[in-house]
Unconditional design. Structure first.
Length: 312
């Protein structure tokens, strides 16, 4: 029997069955994975941070063939190479966009004028207030324990999510440390109305990444990630602890982007020492590779159990 639904402003606004959004992981968040997320009742997101817009156009076509459920596209502004990316997204008929890694003032008005719903990813209260000023429809509030590119002045989800929720009226999606119903219940108690999963979906059965990366996540402790490049130049990031990233943690790098030259070998070749495998601390709580639909059903079932068992 399917888990009891969880209805929030997020599910109503986005037209999804479950208040779960998938992280927009470069090269990974494409039709194979994102359609599985949408078909399981969540919000699948297609990435553009790879800069491969011709490939992304084909992935969007594949998405439309693989699912009749809602899906969106992410614009990671720091990685945008093509100034026509916004007209490109509008022309694809996309209705939901997440923007990140940049100023929300840059694209929000244009996207909203075209009738799209826009959520901006923020790592701080100041960033949230800037996004509200830009006119976004919602926020993805990302704690520093999450994987990927981060604010060097990181704030944990337990502090950041309620801080933002107390200051804004738009719906908030919690990101960073979310992997199951227990963490979803915690996020909702802090004021969120949806959650974003990155590392949990990265390690799911439908994820296209190499089994070596998934196995490393399954075998990881919560201390088996590193926070790199806090002092710059370039962005900070959280990644899986390997010999390479442990060395970078100690010695730093003059060019953090140069460390991603071996990305394809890491992601799809399984050589975790060839570059950087972006991974969140929540890897320490993930113990099994499962299909997305099973992850989502178990998340909602556990959410209801946890909420019902809370002291009155």
């Amino acid at each position: 029997m399917p888990a009891k639904p969880v209805k929030t402003r997020i599910t109503d606004m986005l037209g999804i069955e479950k208040p779960i959004i998938q992280a927009a992981m470069g090269w990974i968040a494409r039709s194979q994975l994102s359609s599985a997320v949408s078909n399981a009742g969540g919000m699948g997101i297609i990435e553009t941070s790879s800069g491969e817009l011709d490939a992304i156009r084909e992935e969007i076509k594949k998405m439309k063939a693989l699912t009749d459920k809602p899906f969106g596209v992410n614009v990671a502004q720091a990685f945008v190479r093509d100034p026509n990316i916004i007209p490109f997204i509008i022309d694809q008929g996309i209705k939901f966009v997440t923007t990140s890694a940049g100023d929300p003032m840059k694209y929000t008005a244009t996207l909203k004028e075209a009738g799209l719903t826009v959520f901006h990813v923020v790592p701080s209260l100041a960033g949230a207030l800037r996004a509200i000023e830009a006119g976004v429809d919602g926020l993805i509030v990302e704690g520093g324990e999450g994987g990927g590119f981060k604010n060097a002045k990181d704030v944990a989800s337990m502090v950041l999510i309620p801080q933002v929720c107390e200051a804004v009226s738009v719906p908030v999606v919690a990101a960073g440390g979310i992997t199951d119903g227990r963490s979803m219940a915690a996020a909702f108690s802090l004021g969120a109305e949806g959650v974003l999963m990155g590392t949990r979906i990265l390690s799911c059965a439908e994820s296209p990444v190499h089994a070596n990366w998934k196995d490393a996540i399954i075998g990881a402790d919560a201390t088996d990630t590193v926070f790199l490049n806090r002092a710059g130049p370039g962005p900070a990031l959280r990644a899986l602890r390997t010999e390479r990233t442990s060395r970078l943690e100690k010695d730093g790098s003059p060019n953090i982007f140069g460390e991603f030259a071996g990305t394809q070998d890491v992601y799809f070749g399984g050589n975790l020492e060839a570059g950087i495998a972006l991974t969140g601390q929540v890897a320490g709580r993930i113990k099994e590779v499962k299909p997305v639909a099973q992850i989502f059903e178990e998340t909602l079932e556990e959410y209801h159990r946890i909420v019902a068992a809370l002291p009155r």
